[in-house]
Write a protein of this length. Structure first.
Lengths: 126, 191
């Protein structure tokens, strides 16, 4: 599978999905007006990866800001990962948040409570 | 008929207005507002926690306007703005005030008000559960909104949504949302 590599902009995150390494990363700001347009290709890509995943997939989410419209799309990303996990493959989500950013930690905990995939909350200490 | 939509804001926000905007709320305007306010908060050396909350709430307020505003009344002076909105950002003692304004069709008032009242009578814990419920069960609407904006604003600020509807004519009202973003729930409890 061709990897996805998208450079970040002030409103959209940097994305690196590498199927051959099983490492996926979303990083930066995700505040576009039309988040579906941005996330749909990612969700479709994961849908293909889901058919032949590596035994272990690691997902790093390191967001500074995200809007509520992105929050639904990020949930769609996690739902694909949940399907991979349900098919007896290892999936690990690393949710990064800055040390004083309780809102971002809570956002990660929201997903952790909805999605049946192991989450690790990682505090970024500057 | 009609009234000056700015009067209310002038009463609410007299001093320390760091940004005032009235007109079409498109993607470029949103970018510009976010950059401006982010720069001003950095200049003012605001704590990163407050900066992040203000930024988040500003994104949601602007995108609420972007996704949900009704068309302006036929006799309103600005007919060129497809998504007409009003925005004021004001520095106050405890943080920042974000005031938004937009026209609402009379028939849409009840639904909007019911939504706000539901949020305002909920505890912080209930708001968190409501957020998670909507996140998990509601699809993104045709307008592009997720139905989470106001819930998110209430959750992040920890404050009630202060709002009012001023009747413009029998078909339209002007809706004001007056949001206080301050040091947060935890800080309030410590005092």
């Amino acid at each position: 599978m061709e990897p996805i590599v998208i450079e970040g902009t002030p409103k959209t995150p940097t994305v690196k999905f590498d199927a051959s390494a099983g490492v996926f990363e979303i990083k930066g700001r995700s505040i576009p007006e039309n988040s579906v347009e941005f996330y749909k290709p990612l969700v479709d890509w994961l849908d293909s990866y889901k058919d032949t995943p590596l035994p272990k997939t690691v997902v790093n989410i390191r967001l500074e800001y995200f809007n509520t419209s992105s929050s639904k799309c990020i949930l769609d990303v996690f739902k694909k990962l949940e399907a991979i996990h349900k098919a007896k493959n290892e999936v690990e989500v690393n949710w990064y948040y800055e040390e004083d950013d309780e809102d971002m930690l809570e956002a990660g905990e929201d997903y952790e409570s909805i999605i049946r995939v192991p989450f690790k909350m990682i505090e970024i200490v500057e | 008929m009609g009234f000056d939509i700015e009067n209310y804001v002038k009463d609410q926000a007299k001093n320390n207005v760091i940004l005032f905007y009235k007109g079409n709320v498109d993607s470029d305007v949103i970018n510009h507002v976010l950059d401006t306010v982010e720069d001003k908060m950095a200049e003012a050396n605001e704590q990163s926690k407050l900066r992040k909350k203000v930024y988040n709430v500003l994104v949601e307020s602007l995108q609420n306007l972007y996704h949900h505003v009704d068309r302006v009344p036929e006799d309103y002076e600005d007919q060129s703005s497809e998504k007409f909105g009003l925005l004021v950002v004001q520095k106050v003692d405890t943080g920042y005030k974000i005031i938004t304004g937009n026209f609402v069709h009379a028939e849409n008032i009840e639904k909007l008000e019911e939504k706000i009242k539901r949020i305002n009578r909920s505890s912080q814990e209930e708001i968190k559960e409501l957020y998670k419920f909507i996140l998990n069960h509601q699809r993104i609407s045709a307008k592009g909104g997720g139905g989470l904006g106001l819930v998110d604003i209430a959750r992040k600020t920890g404050n009630k949504l202060d709002y009012s509807f001023k009747e413009y004519n029998d078909k339209y009202s002007f809706f004001y949302l007056n949001i206080l973003v301050d040091e947060g729930v935890e800080a309030k409890q410590e005092i």
